[in-house]
Design a protein around this ligand. Structure first.
Ligand code: FEO
Length: 173
């Protein structure tokens, strides 16, 4: 059975994942309203992935005989002037999430919770990918600067991103 300390920490992480989902849905809405469907698509998929992350954590608590508590989700911003501003905020936010995941791993080690350590390894790898992707898009946007055609082309490219269910959820299906 999962310890109370580990359960509380994962429940806090579930709230952080749903807050991330909210943040990215708000970014998606912002770009949809501004006529950038590709950026809107990219952030909508990010929104879905964050909900998946919350689900993986919740299923882990339930599988270990614990209780999932869903706390209120804090409000998020609704305006980003440029795609660069949104991706810079994305990277900053993902770095915070990486710190939260690392802290969960530290607690799992202290609690001798090997099952949670194993589950968290997927998230540790996922965070490397999240930060790398955001950084690549920031680099592209800095190269494009204010070139409207460049923004249009990147928007087209990001419209091709498709949603995939993460492997831990597929394994549980
Ligand atoms: Fe759930 Fe983007 O990390």
């Amino acid at each position: 059975m999962i310890s109370k300390k580990m359960q509380d920490a994962i429940n806090a992480q579930i709230n952080a994942e749903f807050w991330s989902a909210y943040l990215y849905l708000s970014m998606s809405n912002n770009f949809a309203a501004k006529g950038n469907p590709g950026f809107a698509n990219w952030f909508e998929i990010q929104f879905k992935e964050e909900q998946d992350h919350a689900m993986i954590f919740g299923k882990h608590i339930l599988a270990r005989g614990g209780k999932v508590s869903l706390a209120p989700i804090k409000e998020v911003k609704t305006e980003w002037a440029t795609p660069l501003e949104a991706f810079e905020e994305t990277l900053k936010h993902e770095k915070v999430v990486t710190g939260l995941i690392n802290n969960l791993y530290k607690i799992a080690v202290e609690e001798n919770d090997y099952a949670t350590q194993s589950m968290l390894k997927w998230f540790i790898d996922e965070q490397v990918e999240e930060e790398e992707t955001a950084q690549e898009l920031i680099d592209s946007l800095k190269m494009i600067a204010n070139n409207g055609f460049g923004i249009y082309m990147l928007d087209k490219e990001l419209s091709t991103r498709t949603y995939k269910t993460p492997s831990p959820l597929v394994a549980k299906a």
